[in-house]
Design a protein around this ligand. Structure first.
Ligand code: GDP
Ligand code: K
Ligand code: MG
Length: 292
C-alpha cells in the first residue's frame, strides 16, 4: 500500500499545445486554449486522482523573453515550475524551430526527470516524427520522448502511465475529490478572458485583465459581476463596440461556457474599466495575482 503523489510541470513555447495536453490529461476544461500566444498567464493546477495516485499538473505560460513587467512575472512562474516539479513535461510543436536557449540549458541541468513530448504529429509525416525524435535525443538526451497529438488524444494514455510510474511515493497533497486549487472566480475570469482573446485582434487581448468582483450562488441562478480592465479609453471603446455589440458578444459566449462549467444558470454582468499602464504597475499586478 504505497500511495504516489507529485507535481508535474508542463512547459514549452507559446502555442506548443501545453493547455491542450493538460486538458486531455485532466479530462476537464481547466485551462483556456486559444490559437493566440500567451493566453496562459498563471500557473493553473489540474489534479488527476485515482486510488493510488495523485498527479498535480501545472500548465505554465509559454517560454518567452520578458519584454515588460507582466512578462517578467510570467517567467517567474516558469522558473518556479522547473524548481518544484517532480516531473517536467517539455512540449514542443513538431514544426517549431528550437535554437539553443536558456530553457534548454535549464532542462539539461534540472534534477527532475524530463520527458520531451513532440506534439501535433497529426500534421506531420512519419519521417518528420523520426527526425524530431533523433533531434531531441541528441539535443537534450531526456529520460523519455513521446510523439503525440494532444488535440486528438493520440499517445496521451502512455504519457499518463509514464507519469504514474515516475511519481514519488508520497501521501496525497490535496483532498482526493478536489479537482483544482483555483477558485471558481478564477475559472470564470479565465473563461471571460478566453472570449476576449477569440473576439478581438492585436493589442486588445494583451491589454486586458479580468477580475470577478462578485460571485453569488442563489438557489436557481448564480449571479456574477466582472470588470474588464484596459489601459486606455480607445481600448475601452473597441471592447464595448458600436452600441455595446461587442461586449454583449463577450458576455453571451462567456455566460454559455460558465453555465456549462458550473452546470447551472448564470446571470453575468460585465463592466469595462480603464487603468492606465496597468501592465507596468506592480501594485495592480499584485491585485491580479501575478506577484508570486
Ligand atoms: P499553449 O500555448 O502551449 O498552451 O498551446 P494551446 O494548448 O493553447 O494550443 C495552441 C493551438 O495549437 C490551439 O489552436 C490548439 O488547438 C492547437 N493544438 C494543440 N495541440 C494540437 C495537436 O496535437 N494537433 C494540432 N493540429 N493542433 C494542436
Ligand atoms: K496558447
Ligand atoms: Mg496555454
Amino acid at each position: 500500500m504505497s500511495h504516489k503523489a507529485g507535481f508535474v510541470s508542463i512547459i514549452g513555447k507559446p502555442n506548443a499545445g501545453k493547455s491542450t495536453l493538460m486538458n486531455a490529461l485532466v479530462g476537464e476544461k481547466m485551462s483556456i486554449i486559444t490559437p493566440k500566444a500567451q493566453t496562459t498567464r498563471h500557473r493553473i493546477m489540474g489534479i488527476v486522482n485515482d486510488e493510488d495516485h495523485q498527479i498535480i499538473f501545472s500548465d505554465t505560460p509559454g517560454v518567452i523573453v520578458p519584454k515588460y513587467t507582466l512578462q517578467e512575472s510570467m517567467m517567474n512562474f516558469v522558473e518556479g515550475s522547473l524548481i518544484d516539479a517532480d516531473i517536467i513535461l517539455f512540449v514542443t510543436d513538431i514544426h517549431e524551430k528550437y535554437d539553443e536557449s536558456d530553457v534548454l540549458d535549464k532542462l539539461r541541468k534540472t534534477s527532475s526527470p524530463v520527458a520531451v513530448l513532440i506534439n501535433k504529429i497529426d500534421k506531420s509525416t512519419e519521417e518528420e516524427v523520426k527526425e524530431k525524435m533523433e533531434f531531441w535525443k541528441e539535443k537534450l538526451n531526456p529520460e523519455a520522448i513521446f510523439a503525440m497529438s494532444a488535440l486528438l488524444g493520440y499517445n496521451v494514455p502512455p504519457i499518463l502511465t509514464y507519469i504514474k510510474d515516475k511519481l514519488p511515493i508520497h501521501p496525497p497533497y490535496y483532498e482526493k475529490d478536489e479537482l483544482t486549487d483555483k477558485s471558481m472566480r478564477f475559472f470564470v475570469s479565465e473563461i471571460i478572458r478566453e472570449k476576449i482573446f477569440k473576439l478581438y485582434d492585436k493589442e486588445i487581448p494583451y491589454s486586458t485583465e479580468v477580475v470577478v468582483t462578485s460571485y453569488k450562488e442563489e438557489p436557481k441562478i448564480t449571479r456574477i459581476a466582472a470588470e474588464i480592465i484596459v489601459e486606455r479609453d480607445s481600448q475601452k471603446n473597441i471592447l464595448i463596440g458600436k452600441a455595446g455589440a461587442m461586449i454583449k458578444k463577450v458576455g453571451t459566449y462567456a455566460r454559455q461556457d460558465i453555465e456549462e462549467f458550473i452546470d447551472g444558470k448564470v446571470f453575468l454582468e460585465l463592466f469595462v474599466k480603464v487603468i492606465p499602464d496597468w501592465r507596468s504597475k506592480k501594485n495592480h499586478l499584485k491585485r491580479f495575482g501575478y506577484d508570486d
